[in-house]
Design a protein around this ligand. Sequence first.
Ligand code: SF4
Length: 311
Amino acid sequence: MAFKVTPFPEFSWSQSRDAIMQDCLRKYYYHYYASHNGWLGDATDSQRQAYLLKQLSNLHLVLGSAIHEMAHEVIVKTLERQSIATTDEWIRTIKDRLNRAYVESKKQDVWRRAPKKSTMLHEIYYGENKLPDSLVKLIAGKIEPCVRNVFACETFREITTQQGIEIVEAEQMKTTPFDDERMYVIPDLVYKRADGSYVIVDWKTGKEYEQNEDQTLLYAMYAIEHYKVPIDKVEIRLEYLLTGTHKTIAPNQAKMEETRQWVRDSIEQMKRLMENELQNKPLDESFFSAKPDRFKCGGCNFCEICPEARL
Ligand code: SF4
């Protein structure tokens, strides 16, 4: 498909889009609108800068994505009876990945030229060119428990002790229609048991939050509609890899209706921020009010360009 330059981005709904909108409307504007076309050779300075800042990562994200990739490989290879690396090898791989992110972050000129090909850590970009010791210690302390718990979690136990398990989806970004819009979902893992029931797994490397459940209910909504699975045959499992615990959620009609209503309300709120809904043309930047907060602004990718950042 040929790449087409459009003046405004195509609209689609996702849970992360909703989270950014609820967090701060100005940040939402920078992330979804100001950065659009910032990758083009003739982008304006402000488009390019918003686009670059949108690509910033951080140590928690790098660790989370390394653990997700590991869990994916361990589960898929185990089911396919392929050999897998040991826990010690995984620990080394993940430490290397974090070190690489740090080294790449020191080369700002390289990152500026191709921001999707290397990592720039927020902590380095906005910090004093070094990582805070307390953060390094915190992240380092998470690696080993998370890696060990991939091999000790309920999902690994089930796939290694039960027959007839089939992977349905793993780490694939999917779009699904929702009313007249498109919704993005990326379930970490969906597998089917021999009895026809579906398990939706979400790996978590952080603490337990209520929003974690909302996100998985979206995946359940997707599985029910996409695979035509009866609701009583869907089980959601949140795997907390840091603590080695898990939580099972059984979706029901009331929860599904609440989830649908949440998505509808969120889309409606997003549309109120558009001057032209068909084009996804936003209102003027001034309508996207800033919500300054010392803690949030400190972790925001866009504080460099936000006149109202509170630091
Ligand atoms: S710096 Fe603060 S006020 Fe500005 S966009 Fe980010 S979170 Fe919002």
